[in-house]
Design a protein around this ligand. Structure first.
Ligand SMILES: Cc1cc2nc3c(=O)[nH]c(=O)nc-3n(C[C@H](O)[C@H](O)[C@H](O)COP(=O)(O)OP(=O)(O)OC[C@H]3O[C@@H](n4cnc5c(N)ncnc54)[C@H](O)[C@@H]3O)c2cc1C
Length: 356
């Protein structure tokens, strides 16, 4: 095996696809039964088509050249985030306000959602080269030229090179890295995983009925339980959907899941009328309950906007045998889809530029 890539999120898949394209033999190991990491879709149970995003939704290709290039490479198209009409603004006065709110410059959605990127990259890497439900517990040296990757099952895979595409705090806690200095482990522990404490709610409807009332589908609320809501209707106006970020704490969400569902439906109904209380489906994806993504340090500390981490996260380790490639390690747009593409591609090209 030339390279083992650990973690099949967007960074790991991008690295694996670049390596495969160059003819390297690659094994991509994913702890979860599903691949995609923080990119996940609510899927139609019959057709398996992605109907809504449970992780990221937006990209900014006008300002993100790596995203623009990779959308092109993967044949993905984008469309505008719907923002016509009034938003409902709650908690900023005695009664809810209706007013238009500006959108963000250049913010667009990917037709079919970001999970289409995962599907296309998976095909490029080849299912045969991807193992699911294969958590890595240790990465150690195997002589001067090779690395040994230990799986939870006890199996050991040897490879010339290893790319670690796992959230840095999760890797520091769950993987034994005997060669890593304490300074490196401290740096990893210091890097929050972007959005890892968030929960996202998606409500699916027959039609985007709020648009008929001159509403954009947007809510900004100081009261919650959804702090912000957006129209999430698919390209070609189907399926109709709304999504919102949950403002309850992870503890509250865990303690009272049914009350959360009822509170979300009540809030949507208060803002958009009774039809909103009867969605075809209401899905809540709680990222703070996924130990492959979140770490207790993320839940204990207030969320900060992603920042560029120290350079030792991007340096080749063990004479270039090991590299990190997860969005938070990127110098460009850390924490975002742009960061995941950039660091995955960079790590793979750097490996190929050595002696692979
Ligand atoms: C709710 C939400 C909304 C977001 N919104 C946006 C947005 O609008 N725009 C944007 O640009 N970005 C957004 N993001 C961020 C974006 O999703 C991430 O930047 C990107 O998906 C990170 O990909 P990654 O591959 O670097 O990491 P991850 O997706 O975290 O992948 C890491 C993988 O490693 C696996 N793993 C963990 N431990 C092990 C182990 N021991 N062995 C093997 N595998 C392991 C995990 O299961 C996971 O599959 C959002 C994220 C969330 C959660």
């Amino acid at each position: 095996m030339d390279v083992v890539v650990i973690g099949a999120g967007l960074s790991g898949l991008t690295a694996a696809a670049v390596l495969r394209e160059a003819g390297a033999s690659v094994q991509l190991l994913e702890a979860d039964a599903q691949i995609g990491g923080r990119i996940r879709a609510l899927r139609d149970p019959t057709s398996d088509h992605a109907v809504a995003d449970l992780g990221p939704t937006w990209v900014w290709p006008n300002h993100q050249p790596v995203v623009a290039r990779w959308l092109d490479i993967l044949g993905a198209t984008t469309f505008e985030q719907f923002n016509e009409g009034d938003a409902v603004v709650v908690g900023y006065g005695p009664t809810p306000l209706r007013q238009p709110l500006p959108g963000q410059d250049g913010m667009v959605r990917i037709a079919g959602g970001p999970s289409t990127l995962i599907d296309t990259l998976t095909n490029r890497v080849g299912q045969i080269n991807i193992r699911r439900s294969a958590p890595v517990t240790e990465v150690s040296e195997d002589g001067p030229d090779h690395m040994a990757v230990h799986l939870g099952s006890g199996e050991i895979i040897t490879a010339q090179k290893v790319i670690i595409s796992v959230p840095l705090r999760v890797a520091a806690k769950t993987m034994h890295l005997p060669w890593a200095s304490s300074a490196l482990i401290e740096t990893m522990r210091g890097m929050p995983t972007w959005m890892s404490t968030q929960a996202k709610a998606v409500a699916i409807y027959n039609k985007p009925f709020w648009r008929d009332d001159g509403l954009s589908g947007r809510i900004v609320s100081r009261i919650g339980p959804l702090a912000e809501v957006h129209d999430h209707t698919g390209v070609d106006n189907a399926p109709a959907a709304l999504f919102g970020f949950v403002s309850w704490s992870p503890e509250q969400r865990r303690a009272e899941p049914e009350r959360l569902r009822l509170a979300i439906l009540e809030q949507l109904s208060d803002c958009f009328g009774k039809t909103a209380a009867r969605p075809l489906d209401l899905a809540i994806q709680d990222w703070a309950m996924n130990p492959r993504i979140v770490n207790e340090l993320d839940t204990l500390q207030p969320a900060t906007h992603p920042y560029i981490g120290p350079a030792n996260l991007r340096q080749p380790l063990l004479d270039g045998r090991v590299r990190f490639a997860v969005s938070e390690a990127s110098e460009r747009s850390p924490g975002l889809i742009e960061g995941a593409f950039a660091i995955g591609e960079k790590a793979a090209l750097e490996l190929l530029g050595t002696d692979l």
